[in-house]
Design a protein around this ligand. Sequence first.
Ligand code: SF4
Length: 355
Amino acid sequence: MKDPIPLSASKIKKAQSCSWSYWATYHLKVPDKSNDGASRGWVCHLIFELLGNPRHRKLYDEAILKDSIFKCEPLRRLVGYHARRLNVNDKENLELINNMTLAGLHFDFFGARRGKLEEGISEQSFDITVDEGEKLYRLRGFIDKLFLYKDKSLAVIRDFKSSKSIFKGKDLSDNLQDLLYTLAVRKLFPHFKKRQVEFLFLKFDLNSTGTVKMPEVSEEELEGLEEHLSQIQRFLDDFDEYDAVSNFAGAQKYPSDGSFGGPLMCGKDGYKIFKGKPLRDKEGNKVVAYICPYRKPLDYYTLKDRKGKIIRSVFLEDKNKITPNIEAGETLKLTKYEGCPYWNKSHSNIDSFFD
Ligand code: SF4
């Protein structure tokens, strides 16, 4: 039997929201340029992880005292390096990174507000396989911050969000990340009987709407979740090209709960339009509209193992960043991605797509 693929909230959500997007990401490994928002979030998370380590308490104190991560020299250098690398080193992006990071650092960063802490963990990783009777699934992920309060038997699970909107609709009422993190902590720390997940939206006021505390998840709900995960595991372990074309986001209805789903996920080629005219930024440039990274054709390089399985992929301009291990049978191949078959009308006959 094959090893179960590791499940995560983002992987499951992707498979449920658009089957082709899942296929392009995890099977074809079509490279995807990170957008500014994701890059900014990545830098903030890096600082949170670093300053969560007690060895770096002095840096935390300095950033708080000076009310700026850029007035603390080691942080300035670190953020500068990664912001340059990720192309978010302009004034606007750096200001956002500073503000979001400070928001997270100011908000009970060490978990002392709730009382005596047994342990505070930054970036708690987990890779849990459950194989008990009907239950068979594997969960993998990271928890940004985990605070354990022994006297309250309470585990607080904190996740930092750098998105520009707070949860709406299903994301709020039935949040998969909340459920999976709760389940992971029950497995990792079973003696903590109460578990609370909180999402901190760093662009919002964390003392009011920016902090979303999820209701406690009951034992019955977790039991049901484990059964559901086992079904998802079976489905994704056997996911093939025919599953890939079974549920295009573009073919779904527009969401009625204000969430980001259905054809909204496909985006569009071109510029954002406002009142019939192209929307412009402060400098007068037209603002490029969001487009799904898998909608248009793309050539890229794939590194394959001896059996032809894709190990990783890069954009054409990044070819020199990967070197195949020839002795191990690895190869580097130019790969042509034809674009999303839902939009690429020449592949409207799905079977022809796999010829
Ligand atoms: S363009 Fe739309 S249908 Fe195609 S992969 Fe992206 S989200 Fe899915």
